[in-house]
Design a protein. Structure first.
Ligand code: FE
Length: 146
């Protein structure tokens, strides 16, 4: 069931058209599967993206995504962060490119990833994370590329 929800979330991202309102930071994806946010703790779930505001075309830079950066998310067998996914969408493009998927082992792995990325033009970076109890959460940042 959770995997199905995860795939649903990815499909939503992949199906976005340019200009759609996916970048509503701090919201969960999936419509009807979303319980009230105040019951779940936004600060424990929204993936925090650390990335430069600008970059040079074709030159690698690093993006870091962490869940529970300010308020730690539980990390037990019963309740933990399952994975983080990163996507990029170039400005004006209808396509969303998967940058990476990172799976975590409960109680041992801390849900934080850093990866090198190189962009060719202005882009939006999307981060998704999946809590095994509270489902999908997203965040995004825009990066100017010159
Ligand atoms: Fe949770």
């Amino acid at each position: 069931m959770k995997r199905r929800e995860a795939l649903l979330g990815s499909a939503i991202v992949a199906g976005l058209a340019a200009g759609d309102s996916f970048a509503a930071s701090g919201k969960r994806l999936g419509g009807a599967i979303i319980p009230p946010e105040k019951e779940m703790g936004i600060e424990k779930h929204v993936p925090i993206i650390t990335a430069p505001a600008s970059a040079k075309a074709g030159e690698p830079f690093t993006i870091t995504v962490e869940v529970g950066k300010t308020v730690p998310h539980p990390n037990t067998l019963e309740h933990h962060i399952k994975w983080i996914q990163l996507y990029a969408q170039y400005e004006g493009s209808q396509y969303v490119i998967e940058l990476g998927t990172f799976n975590f082992g409960p109680t041992v792995a801390h849900p934080k990833v850093t990866m090198p990325v190189m962009l060719q033009s202005n882009a939006t970076i999307y981060a998704l994370e999946h809590c095994n109890i509270h489902g999908l959460w997203d965040n995004s940042v825009e990066i100017k590329v010159s």
